[in-house]
Design a protein around this ligand. Structure first.
Ligand code: SF4
Length: 267
């Protein structure tokens, strides 16, 4: 089972599609876990069967001391990944990655619209950090998709994989912004990316989630007892019949067919 450990809702960016409360309004209640709280919650997750914990925010690398303490305490009992917007790097962060090797998921948009939708981001700086981190641990570039950028999926593949040499590219969708029309666009865009992959890329590049799609059920726990807390638990299930689940399944099937055709024919 995979769990998400949410250590803060604070962030250095202001993305339009942010899943956190609007940080610029008076209703926003900033939350940062204390180190004992973060450790207790990670311990609970492991006791309840977590084999993998994703550390999320907000921006978790605003608080490298919390991340470091969690990894120091639990990295021998569980695998970890850190989901970050990639804007912050320093010696302490590099030390954490070198010492504990958590996977790093760097969230970006496509190279054309990033500056419009991820307010405050700087793609050059993010890529510089991602390249540095990829010398220390596994790095996934995670392209956030929404109705304004499905048409740029091929450009993303060319830019992040062919131009920048990243070997794992993930496409994730802002579900709240979707409609049947846009799910169709997502599937079309996904198929165009899969169609442009060469045999060599099929062997060496991992496109997530289509390459390894396995359905899951997501349970979200919030607790507002004077603090804000969020924890996500991903339970493996036989099928996920939500629009996102069905779309991912269709693309996973298409990916598999294309991979089989390319690897069997050498085409
Ligand atoms: S980087 Fe993530 S947490 Fe920060 S504003 Fe963007 S979507 Fe929200």
């Amino acid at each position: 089972m995979r769990h998400s450990l949410h250590i803060t809702n604070r962030c250095n960016l202001r993305c339009f599609y942010c899943y956190e409360d609007d940080k610029d309004t008076s209703s926003f209640i900033p939350y940062v876990a204390t180190v004992p709280e973060a450790l207790q919650r990670a311990e609970n997750m492991i006791v309840h069967g977590a084999h993998s914990i994703e550390i999320i925010g907000g921006e978790p690398l605003l608080y490298p001391d919390i991340v470091q303490k969690v990894l120091e305490t639990f990295s021998t009992r569980c695998s970890f990944c850190i989901t970050t917007n990639g804007m912050i790097n320093n010696e302490q962060i590099e030390h954490i990655l070198m010492r504990f090797s958590p996977t790093v998921h760097v969230s970006v948009d496509d190279p054309v619209t990033t500056h419009r939708f991820r307010r405050g981001s700087d793609l050059n700086r993010i890529l510089q950090h991602a390249h540095t981190w990829s010398m220390l641990t596994d790095v996934t570039i995670h392209n956030v998709l929404h109705p304004h950028n499905f048409q740029h999926m091929q450009e993303s593949f060319v830019f992040y994989v062919r131009h920048h040499g990243f070997k794992t590219l993930g496409f994730g969708v802002v579900e709240e912004w979707m409609s049947p029309f846009y799910w169709k666009k997502y599937i079309e865009g996904g198929k165009e990316v899969i169609d442009m992959m060469t045999e060599k890329e099929m062997r060496s590049v991992h496109i997530s989630p289509w390459a390894e799609y396995a359905p899951f059920d997501k349970e979200i726990i919030y607790s507002h007892g004077g603090k804000v807390e969020l924890e996500e638990i991903f339970h493996p299930v036989d099928t996920d019949d939500s629009p996102y689940g069905l779309s991912k399944r269709e693309l996973a099937g298409y990916y598999k067919e294309r991979r089989n055709a390319l690897l069997h024919t050498g085409g």
